[in-house]
Design a protein around this ligand. Sequence first.
Ligand code: PNS
Length: 166
Amino acid sequence: MTVALYPGSFDPLTNGHRDIIDRISRIFDKVIVSVLENPRKKPLFTIEERVEMLEQIASKYKNVEIDSFRGLLVDYARKKKSDIIIKGLRSTGDFEFEFQMALINHKLEPSVETLFIMTNSEFSYVSSSMVKEIAYYGGDISSLVPPEIHEKVLSKINANVEKLQF
Ligand code: PNS
């Protein structure tokens, strides 16, 4: 059974993330979408909120599990018995950093392979930071985030305008 990990911050989940979850769910037997609990970042949404939003959009897939993790991704991959890490690439701008991460992760755990999937061109410009920035300035984010979580994202951003970082 091929188990693929799709890790990220998902702060918040965007239509680009959803598109990748949809596509990889059709390639692998099982997909574990996992939210990083990063003590060095100040996310807008709590871990529980990010997991809940992912669960909302992933409930229709029988082979997609939502989880969260701390520490090194390769240690988590070992724990989940997965040796495939999926990363979405939007542009060449993403490539350099992701290439370095893939090499480091491979050095740390040679059995783990990072596979890249190109984001659908429709979403190549969408990032969680931009979603937050657009909503902060009152722009329309309805085409950037899944409809199931649109209201939740808007109300969270509106309630936290003074401490928003993007
Ligand atoms: O959505 P993001 O913020 O681009 O996701 C980044 C993520 C979570 C995939 C990355 O930060 C990560 O894997 N963090 C775990 C720590 C780790 O293993 N780092 C690699 C060695 S430096």
